[in-house]
Structures are given as structure tokens and as C-alpha cells.
Design a protein around this ligand. Structure first.
Ligand code: ADP
Length: 477
């Protein structure tokens, strides 16, 4: 198949979260399966262009957008021919991937139009265009209206993947002329338009041939008012086309037996390296190592979605009463950062917090911690709990979205399960999850079984790519 991906993020070039991981992996795995894949992202000024060998593929691509004339050039990574970049410094040289600027809509509309126009230029007729999140959600409508005349796209089907329903691309209706859809404005959602607004994600939900999200449970949740973020009724209308496909894990990057970013490699057969990583991690984070004291790890964006507002009501009591330590990494909302900073102040021998972004430390924490805490309010898929499983670091999670689909509750009697899920997002829930995990840690023979179960789980891209392949085939047929 010929497959086009359109996304605002793609590892290793541009990433703020899970979207970057997915678009960094899926096109690569699809092309290994023999498909002809092109993935388009903006050429941001934040990208390390010294590390990428860029080939100029299209010297000039110009198209109108409202009163503006957008001039772009298209590059390709010489070492990764699936990766295409839309060069337009006026739009993408802003010092960050996302901005709150007035023309944010235009930055990503230009990406969509450039990708489609580049297909025309290259004579690339995609069977499937895989649109990621609101930044590419207007593409199905643009394809019908602005590009419908071109036979090149006569058999093209579109798939919208929602990586996080809470980011929707909502703008004032003043942006409508930039869509350049002439006499087809009646295709926009009229009620919203009458209120002076336009919602990009909504139009993807309405016009893409298929809609997917990143876990089966989240696919179900987003069709309910509680998790639907105002989109649930539209998603319910398209219920038969809404599916959940779990993200895969790039085990080439995340495998403790071959991870160059951790000091001691280990495997399920020989876990001695894990204990040595723990000692080294505590050392590096300025905490004492005492054998037998469990270590809880956190690696996360510090955003309200991640549910850390439960922590001040639970962790101080636990840290005061029990022999337990905590290592946390992440940055974002200063109020959430402060939760971890103050735990570190009150428990300086038990808690260490690194405010920032560090892929190396993320790997080190996965390898060195015993328990991984992820109390997300909602979680479309979540990657860290899957990394944790592979590293034998037992997740304590809220039973929601992808967390519910990837972590199986431990049964201490039979020694089955891979982690601890709490049903209600409350302090009692998180306290139960953590204390139950700590009890299991101290139960002779049980912890080793849970670790073995966790490390045996397989959420590889090899497998998930086949699921996407099947989804594409259904769309095309
Ligand atoms: P989300 O996309 O909501 O942030 P995911 O769990 O799907 O959550 O993906 C998060 C990704 O970002 C993971 O690869 C995780 O390791 C990484 N990450 C998040 N915060 C940090 C950080 N401070 N330092 C390093 N990596 C981080």
C-alpha cells in the first residue's frame, strides 16, 4: 500500500509526548513490511538540523491560504526516506513545536496542504492518509473539497487517529477563509459556526473515512459524556468506525538487556543488573541505598491529566510510616512540579526530584525503580507503563484508557498479573494501589513472579503494525 502520514510530531525530529513516539515508529515499521510510506511534519527551527542529512526534494511549493501566499520547500531525511519536512520559516521558526499565536491554525493547515500538494508534485497516490490529531484533522475535508478534482486521490481513504481528545484545535470562525474551501463552507459544522467558532478535530471526526484512537478502552471512554470532551455525541454517531489500537513500544529503544542508556544491562533470566541500577540511580539522585527498601519511580509530563494532585494526600503519610523511596522526573505545570519539590524538601533522604526532560534519566528510572506510579485521570494509551513492564518495574495505575488495557491486576494467591490498578481516582484508590504493591514487594516469592509476568508482556510495534495494516485494508476495501 501507499501510505501518507501527516503529523505535528515525529521522533527523532520533534517530540513533546506519545504522538512523537508513535509517528517515529509506525511509518518505519510499515515500510519494513514493504509498504511505500511517506510521513510529513513541519521543519521546526528546534530540530537539530546538524544531526540530519536533509535532501531537497521539491525546491518550491506555493499555495494560497486566505489572503496569504504560503511558500514552502520540501526536504527529506537522506538516511530515513520516509521522513519528509515542510520548510517554511515564517510558520515554523518559533522556538517551539506549538505556540499560542494567532496563526496556530495556519501553521498546521499549511502542513496539510503542503503534504497533499507534494503528493501531486511527486505523483504519489496514497491508498491511505493517516491523519494524526487536530493538526491533521482538517485534511479529510480539504481532500474532498480542495483536492477532490484530482484523480490522483480518487481511491484515497483517510484515517484520523485521536491521540488525546482534549486537544481539539478550537479557533474563531475568522480562520475559515484560510481553509480556502470556497462555496463548500456549508460542510463546516453550522451550529458551531453560528457561535463564531470552528473546531478542527470535530471535522476530522465528521469527514475521515475511519476514526481510531490509541487503546480499546479509550475508544469506548471517549464516547461517554464523562471523557468525551464535548465530542462524545459525534463519536457515538460514528461508533461503528471508531476503533482502538494500542500504541506499540519501540523495543529497540526500550529493552533492559540492550539499553545503552543504563549502566547495567539485565534480563528476566538474570535480574542482578536491576538491583545494581537501583543502587546507581539512588546514588546519582543523592539518596542512600539500603537493600530491601522499595523504590517508586515517576517519569511524566507534569500536567493535570496525569493525576498527581492525589499525591499530597497519600505520599507524605506513606513516606512517614514506611521504608520507601521515590525518584521523580518531569516538568510542566509549576503547581504539579511543586508537589514533588516539596516532598523532596520534607523527605530529603527518601525523595529526589529532577525537574526537566531527560531521556537518559527516564531510562535509568525505568531500570532502577521497583514500582512505577502513574495515577492518570485519563490516559489515551500511555507508554511509560509499557516501558515499566519491560523493565520489570511494576506499575501502580488508575484503571483508565490504555492503562486498563495493558496492566493486569495481580492476584497474590495465584501469582498472576503484572501490576496494581485502582478503580476510583481518589486518594484512597492511590493509597490502596501503593500499599498493596508494597505488601507484595515484601511477600517472599510473589514479587519475583510479578516481575517475570511483566517482563514477558509483548506490546511490540511488530505486532501493532499488523493491526494498523488490517485497519488500512478494511478502509481501502
Ligand atoms: P504523554 O504522551 O501523555 O506525555 P505517554 O506515556 O504516552 O504520555 O508518553 C510520554 C513519553 O514522553 C514517554 O516516552 C516518556 O518517557 C516521555 N517523557 C515524559 N516526560 C519526560 C521527561 N521529563 N523526561 C524524559 N522523557 C519524558
Amino acid at each position: 500500500m501507499k501510505i501518507l502520514h501527516v503529523s505535528s510530531e515525529m521522533l527523532p525530529y520533534a517530540k513533546t509526548g506519545g504522538l512523537g513516539d508513535v509517528v517515529g515508529a509506525l511509518p518505519r515499521y510499515l515500510s519494513r513490511r514493504g509498504h511505500d510510506v511517506r510521513a510529513f511534519i513541519p521543519l521546526y527551527d528546534t530540530m537539530d538540523t546538524d544531526a540530519v542529512d536533509l535532501d531537497l526534494v521539491i525546491p518550491e511549493l506555493t499555495f494560497p491560504m486566505g489572503h496569504h501566499q504560503i511558500r514552502t520547500r520540501i526536504f527529506r531525511d537522506a538516511d530515513n526516506p520516509t521522513a519528509y519536512f515542510v520548510h517554511c520559516p515564517g510558520l515554523y521558526s518559533r522556538g517551539s513545536i506549538y505556540t499560542g499565536h494567532d496563526d496556530e491554525h495556519r501553521r498546521f493547515l499549511a502542513l496539510n496542504v503542503a503534504a497533499l500538494t507534494a503528493c501531486q508534485y511527486l505523483g504519489f497516490a496514497p491508498d491511505v492518509i493517516h491523519c494524526h490529531d487536530w493538526q491533521a484533522a482538517m485534511l479529510p475535508l480539504l481532500l474532498k473539497v480542495r483536492f477532490g478534482w484530482d484523480r490522483l486521490f480518487a481511491n484515497t481513504r483517510t484515517l484520523l487517529t485521536i491521540h488525546n481528545l482534549n486537544y481539539q484545535g478550537g479557533f474563531s470562525s475568522a480562520v475559515v477563509p484560510d481553509l480556502h474551501i470556497g462555496g463548500s463552507e456549508h460542510l463546516l459544522h453550522q451550529e458551531l459556526l453560528a457561535q463564531g467558532r470552528v473546531n478542527f478535530l470535530l471535522h476530522g471526526i465528521l469527514y475521515a473515512d475511519g476514526v481510531s484512537t490509541v487503546s480499546p478502552t479509550y475508544a469506548h471512554e471517549i464516547q461517554t459524556p464523562e471523557f468525551g470532551a464535548g465530542m462524545d455525541s459525534f463519536l457515538r454517531q460514528r461508533s461503528s468506525t471508531v476503533v482502538g489500537v494500542l500504541n506499540g513500544v519501540d523495543y529497540e529503544e526500550w529493552t533492559p538487556a540492550a539499553d545503552p542508556l543504563i549502566p547495567f544491562r539485565y534480563s528476566a533470566d538474570d535480574l542482578s543488573g536491576k538491583e545494581r541500577n537501583k543502587e546507581a540511580l539512588l546514588n546519582a539522585m543523592g539518596l542512600p541505598y539500603v537493600k530491601g527498601v522499595p523504590l517508586i519511580g515517576v517519569v511524566s509530563r507534569m500536567a493535570s491529566q496525569k493525576g498527581f494532585h492525589l499525591v499530597p494526600g497519600v505520599l507524605p503519610g506513606l513516606l512517614a510510616r514506611r521504608d520507601v523511596q521515590l525518584v521523580a522526573l518531569g516538568s510542566g505545570d509549576p503547581r504539579i512540579e511543586d508537589i514533588f519539590a516539596s516532598l523532596q524538601r520534607y523527605f530529603p533522604r527518601q525523595v529526589s526530584y529532577y525537574r526537566g526532560f531527560s531521556n537518559k534519566l527516564a531510562h535509568f528510572i525505568e531500570a532502577g525503580a521497583d514500582i512505577f506510579m502513574m495515577p492518570s485521570v485519563y490516559e489515551p494509551c500511555g507508554l511509560n507503563q509499557m516501558y515499566s513492564l519491560r523493565y520489570g518495574t511494576i506499575p501502580v495505575v488508575h484503571r483508565t484508557g490504555g492503562l486498563a488495557d495493558t496492566v493486569q491486576l495481580v492476584d497474590p494467591v495465584n501469582g498472576t498479573g503484572t501490576g496494581f490498578l485502582f478503580d476510583h481516582h481518589t486518594e484512597e484508590g492511590l493509597r490502596w494501589g501503593l500499599t498493596t504493591a508494597l505488601k507484595a514487594y515484601r511477600t517472599p516469592g510473589l514479587w519475583e513472579k510479578i516481575v517475570a509476568n511483566a517482563m514477558a508482556m509483548d506490546y511490540s510495534w511488530e505486532h501493532q503494525t499488523l493491526v494498523y495494516e488490517e485497519l488500512y485494508s478494511r478502509l481501502v476495501s
